[in-house]
Design a protein around this ligand. Structure first.
Ligand code: 28G
Length: 642
């Protein structure tokens, strides 16, 4: 007993130090204190409920954003144990909420934490970063409650009543002295909750936003697991196999895979490890790709679809038009890569390969029509790849002959230091002319666009190279496309799309974004793509400096500000800019191109799933969702150097 008491004191000190460290350097634990970090708090708590579901004891998790940005998460699992923890001398529940990494250090974990956010830091970190946290547990016929403020226990766990069910409920208010904002984005949380539901077959999750006048609620429950996931991803696409190919094996390394081919030319494979989206892929994805290539080639040979003289189909041919999700659970995952989203455990490749070789091989034998339809597409992809290679060689040969093959329309900048250089891609010759005159030619280049725009989603690489509108963009950026794209070769650190603030401009913008997304994705991932923001209005008056407004709200505010200075509305001239072409070079420089005064919006495509969905909406046959997206398009881009 004495031994424990001694240890209790020591642990408690460590506990306090631990949570103090979290408050001192929150970024170390949750990545950032921006809205991303804020959302992370919710995921940490929800993940604990998901673990309880994966253990087989919880079927439902309900999440609410209450008024005042209080988060509430409730599950119907066993309830966190309430009895005294032998190593800390306090209740297990309090231990979980006050000891950093309680799971690993004190939990005596027999199994493994299979879910868990990217950081997997646990409930104590959420507690440390909250103004207050309240945990209510129903277990053993009783209701228990405890309360914390900034991670410190202010009310120890006590029984507050009876209970006829079990479960855990956590409510917390994030600390506004730590986070930049407490304003949760419902759609971001909803997207992740939907994803968790796809990844956790059978688990019902609900999320409710109670902050507005009308509460908003979504419910997710997928008995199909990853089957439902790929169907969701493909909802705007034409399918080749109606029912997704589905593979599941719950061995030492549980693996779940769903595959559905579409008539599109793009490849969309999402991979997860312990419910974490492994954006950078890794050994599980490697195993998946290798098996896919092998099984389809073997089948094609075995059924004389590939003749003896034919070479093997390449992996990329077999992945054209594929939508797949692969989810594995790994006990001690090693995450590598720039964003720590690449699985490193080498043993996983073989596990995925061997189970998929067998299951996919069997599937193809049993479904020859699907096998044939997919292989037909692979073979035509292989021919297109050959054509693209020839087109590319043509471009290379040309460049060898002409030394500089920069597009004739490109007005290049004088600096050759890519980091400081910018290229403005401008629609229309008149705006291009103003931009050329208005720019700072030392580091700003202008590429006016002309010609017919291709629907890039529907075109293959060979067409893209040959397209008179996109080819100049490829050559100007200077880093190739597709698998050949080499970000170290880019000629400009900023690629800025400058288009009118009207429907046509939005169209050009989204088409170019699609193009970058499909063929120069690292450029978006690396944060090199921007949208210029030309003003919508100009207010002017003799003797007063012109006031430019970029939104309707801006205009309202400008009117009010000027009114406060004694300038009334009817004294002001209002010009509404319908297009970039209406601005003279000086105005264009001042409002849209001068780094001191312009507004640049950085294009972020962190969420590939969301992006893919957007582009499907944009490029699909449905017109209404496209228009709707373009109207609220600003949501997917974030403000920079205002
Ligand atoms: C509502 C918000 C999020 C949770 C449980 C259930 C248990 C548990 C949670 O145990 C300590 C460490 C490893 C066993 C486990 C209950 C075993 C038996 C649990 C949640 C003890 C944590 N009975 N439900 N933690 N473990 N739900 N939902 O947080 O060794 S956390």
């Amino acid at each position: 007993m004495e031994k424990y008491e001694h240890k209790y004191g020591a642990e408690q000190i460590q506990v306090l130090e631990g949570l103090e460290a979290v408050r001192k350097r929150p970024g170390m634990y949750i990545g950032s204190t921006s809205i991303r970090g804020l959302h992370h708090l919710v995921y940490e708590i929800v993940d604990n409920g998901v673990d309880e579901a994966l253990a087989g004891y919880c079927t439902e998790i309900n999440i609410a954003i209450e008024k005042g940005n209080i988060i509430s998460v409730e599950d119907n699992g066993r309830g966190i144990p309430v009895e005294t923890h032998p190593k800390t001398g306090i209740s297990t529940a309090e231990t979980v909420y006050t000891v950093l990494h309680a799971g690993g250090k004190f939990g005596g974990d027999s199994g493994y934490k299979v879910s868990g956010g990217l950081h997997g830091v646990g409930a104590s970190v959420v507690n440390a970063l909250s103004q207050w946290t309240e945990v209510t547990i129903q277990r053993d016929g009783g209701t228990y409650q405890m309360r914390f403020e900034k991670g410190k226990t202010v009310k120890k766990l006590e029984k507050i009543g009876e209970a006829n069910k079990t479960g855990t409920k956590v409510r917390f208010l994030a600390d506004d002295t730590i986070f930049e904002t407490l304003d949760y984005d419902f759609e971001t949380l909803e997207t992740r909750i939907r994803e968790i539901a796809f990844l956790t077959k059978g688990l019902k999750l609900t999320i409710e936003d109670q902050r507005g006048e009308e509460p908003r609620k979504s419910e997710f429950h997928f008995e199909g697991g990853l089957r439902s996931f790929v169907e969701y991803l493909n909802k705007n696409k034409e399918k080749i196999n109606k029912d997704p190919i589905y593979i599941e094996k719950n061995g030492d390394v549980p693996v779940e895979i769903a595959i559905q081919y579409t008539t599109s030319y793009s490849e969309n494979i999402c991979s997860f490890v312990n419910n974490i989206n492994t954006v950078e892929g890794g050994t599980h994805l490697e195993g998946f790709k290798r098996s896919l290539t092998k099984v389809f080639n073997d089948y094609a040979r075995g059924h004389n679809i590939l003749k003896e003289k034919d070479g093997n189909l390449q992996g990329e041919d077999i992945r054209e038009g594929i939508t797949a999700v692969i989810s594995v659970k790994v006990k001690e995952p090693q995450f590598e890569g720039q964003t720590k989203t690449k699985l490193g455990n080498s043993e996983v490749t073989g596990v995925v390969m061997s189970m998929m070789n067998e299951a996919l091989g069997n599937f193809l034998e049993e479904n020859p029509n699907v096998a044939k339809a997919v292989l037909e597409k692979c073979i035509s992809a292989s021919r297109a790849r050959e054509a693209a290679r020839k087109a590319r060689e043509l471009v290379r040969r040309k460049s060898a002959l002409e030394t500089t093959t920069l597009p004739g329309k490109l007005a290049d900048c004088s600096s050759k230091v890519a980091e400081e250089c910018e290229v403005y891609i401008v629609e229309g010759d008149s705006a291009g002319g103003s931009a050329k005159q208005g720019r700072d030619r030392r580091y700003q280049a202008i590429l006016p666009l002309w010609g017919k725009m291709l629907n890039v989603e529907k075109a293959r690489a060979d067409k893209i190279y040959g397209n008179d509108k996109l080819n100049p963009v490829i050559v100007a950026v200077g880093a190739g496309i597709g698998a050949d794209f080499d970000i170290t070769k880019i000629r400009y650190g900023k690629v800025i799309i400058m288009a009118d603030a009207d429907v046509d401009g939005a169209h050009i913008r989204t088409l170019l974004l699609t193009f970058f997304f499909r063929y120069m994705r690292p450029l978006i991932e690396n944060g090199n793509v921007f949208l210029a923001q030309p003003p919508l209005y100009k207010l002017s008056k003799k003797g007063m400096e012109d006031v430019y407004c970029y939104t309707d709200e801006d205009l309202d505010k400008a009117y009010k500000d000027l009114e406060a200075k004694g300038i009334s509305r009817d004294q002001l001239g209002l010009q509404r800019y319908k297009g970039l072409g209406e601005m003279n070079p000086e105005q264009l420089w001042e409002t849209t191109m001068n780094p001191e005064t312009r507004i640049l919006v950085k294009v972020t495509m962190e969420d590939a799933i969301k992006a893919d969905e957007i582009f499907n909406i944009l490029m699909g046959d449905e017109v209404d969702p496209r228009r709707e997206f373009i109207q609220k398009n600003a949501k997917y881009v974030k403000n920079l150097d205002v």
